[in-house]
Structure formats: structure tokens, C-alpha cells
Design a protein around this ligand. Structure first.
Ligand SMILES: [Zn+2]
Ligand SMILES: [Zn+2]
Length: 302
């Protein structure tokens, strides 16, 4: 497991690369970095309750391409989530942070909803795990300038809980922590969601997927679309551009989607996927120009 210290060092290195890219939203990147620091701190005192869960039965369907737990059934540390929520809102609404005004207003509105009890935070947490629901629909209309703000705040606040669940179930699935089983579908064995990015590692280019919800890392087949599982070589392809070394875009004509892949094997760099995804945003524009869809948002909700 990557130590927090090593991870923070790696994040700082990656941020230096991002800071040089002037076309990227630097204010938001600064905000995400601070949110990540708050999340890492919250990891030290998060506690999820797995009593009553039977691990062997949770892991049973994974071999058949299923997942351990549907995200709606994840045990959550709501107390940890609520505390983190208010810390994140305080950060966003701090004038010194210079966050774009529509985001500040929308985040303030959500916080007021919770303080006045017109928004039930625990229900909103639960709903954010499935991607949508009546609370999220209502709040997207209430904050039209930043319609994704509620889900962003909920998932950012729940990240320590999701991480704790991922760690516990990951240990049960992989035992000694070695990820050796190659998954035949693209979905996450822990929560069933699709990856937000892929990475090639090692001499042979072992292909890893990084889950867009619980951030679990798992091995997948090298030559198949992670979204629709097609392995029709006439339909799957990839492209690279000179301006974005270390990245490629894998495309699939069968389901009309693309997914970015980090390939730092020939470079003196370590992957830091949640920020590498932002760093390579130019590739998302190029793929969209070709009419291809991205199947998940970034872990930052953009
Ligand atoms: Zn997952
Ligand atoms: Zn596909």
C-alpha cells in the first residue's frame, strides 16, 4: 500500500506538471489539492461498520464478473462525512481561495439547506452513491449555475468512507494485497462501477483500471473495451498526441466511448491518476471532437 507521505510527494510532483499547463482551471486544481489533504487527514479517523456482513458471500460473485457490494449498501461513516462536508464548504466559500462565484454560491446554498434541515445530508450521501435520485435532481434545479455541486460535495465528503470500504473488501478479495487475477469485464470488483482512467504498468504493460467511485485498482484484459467488453479488433483502437506524452486514448466503435490510459513506463514519472486525469484534459476535448463519449466523470465530478 502506498504510504500517505509517498502519495503526498507524488501529488506535489504531479501538481508541478499541472501548474505549467495554463489552459487548465488552476483555481479548481488548487481547491482539489486542498480537498485531497482534508480527505487524507480524515482517513486517519474514519470507521466503517462491517458487522453483520459475511465476507465470503460478498466475494463470491466477483469470480463471475459481479461485484462485492452495490454502492447503496456500502457501510458509511456519516459522522466523518458530515465533518468533512463542512470543512470542504468552508474552504470553497473562503474568499481567499478565489473559487469561481457560481460554485461558491451553490456550495453556500447546499450548506444552508443542511443547516435549515431542508436537505437531509445522510439521505443525500446515500443517493450520491448511485449517481442520481430525487434529491440530486431537485438540487440540480436549485443550483442551475453549478448543477453537479451536490454530488461533488457528497462524494468528496464520503471519500474517506469509500476508501475504508475499498481497503477492507480489497484485502478480503486479494488476500496478501497482490492483484493477480485478471478481470474479464471492465467493472470494479468491489462496487461494480466503471473506471475513470486506466494505467499500463511494468515491462509487459499490465493493464490496470481505477474505479471512478471507490478508486479500487484492478487488473483487466489488455485488449478489450473496458466499457462494453468488446474485443473486436476492427472496433477497438487508440490514439496518442505528441503534446501529451505518457497518455493514450483508447477508443471503441462498438459503444462509441473512449478511455484515457496513463503509460509512464518510458518516462521518469509516477502515476497520480486523479490528477493525471485533469492534466490530460486536452485529450478529452480531442475525443469529444471525434464524437466519442466519456463513460464516467473524473473523481472530481468534472
Ligand atoms: Zn469501485
Ligand atoms: Zn466499447
Amino acid at each position: 500500500m502506498e504510504s500517505t507521505e509517498k502519495r503526498q510527494k507524488n501529488v506535489s510532483k504531479t501538481l508541478r506538471v499541472l501548474n505549467k499547463k495554463e489552459h487548465l482551471p488552476q483555481g479548481l486544481i488548487r481547491l482539489f489539492t486542498k480537498i485531497l489533504a482534508l480527505q487524507l487527514e480524515a482517513h486517519t479517523h474514519v470507521s466503517v461498520d462491517f458487522s453483520g456482513f459475511d465476507f465470503p458471500s460478498l466475494c463470491r460473485s466477483v469470480g463471475q464478473g459481479g461485484s462485492c457490494l452495490s454502492p447503496q449498501n456500502f457501510p458509511l461513516d456519516n459522522k466523518n462525512g458530515v465533518a468533512l462536508f463542512f470543512r470542504i464548504v468552508a474552504l470553497i466559500t473562503d474568499p481567499a481561495e478565489e473559487i469561481p462565484e457560481p460554485i461558491v454560491r451553490a456550495a453556500g446554498e447546499v450548506a444552508r439547506g443542511i443547516e435549515t434541515k431542508t436537505l437531509d445530508l445522510e439521505q443525500a450521501f446515500r443517493e450520491s452513491l448511485s449517481g442520481e435520485g430525487p434529491i440530486h435532481t431537485a438540487w440540480a434545479q436549485r443550483t442551475p449555475e453549478a448543477p453537479g455541486i451536490l454530488r461533488f460535495l457528497m462524494l468528496a465528503s464520503l471519500e474517506p468512507s469509500l476508501h475504508a470500504v475499498e481497503q477492507i473488501l480489497g484485502d478480503h478479495l486479494h488476500g496478501d494485497g497482490k492483484v493477480s487475477v485478471i478481470r474479464q469485464t471492465g467493472t470494479c470488483p468491489i462496487c461494480g462501477n466503471l473506471p475513470y482512467i486506466l494505467e499500463l504498468r511494468g515491462k509487459e504493460g499490465v493493464r490496470f483500471a481505477l474505479c471512478s467511485l471507490c478508486r479500487h485498482e484492478y487488473r483487466i484484459r489488455r485488449l478489450a473495451c473496458p466499457v462494453c467488453d468488446s474485443n473486436d479488433f476492427d472496433k477497438i483502437a487508440y490514439f496518442t498526441v505528441e503534446e501529451e506524452p505518457g497518455f493514450r486514448v483508447e477508443t471503441c466503435e462498438s459503444c462509441n466511448t473512449y478511455m484515457k490510459t496513463i503509460d509512464f513506463r518510458g518516462l521518469d514519472r509516477q502515476a497520480c491518476p486523479e490528477f493525471n486525469d485533469l492534466e490530460s484534459m486536452a485529450l478529452d476535448y480531442l475525443a469529444a471532437k471525434q464524437g466519442l463519449k466519456r463513460s464516467t466523470l473524473s473523481v472530481w465530478g468534472i
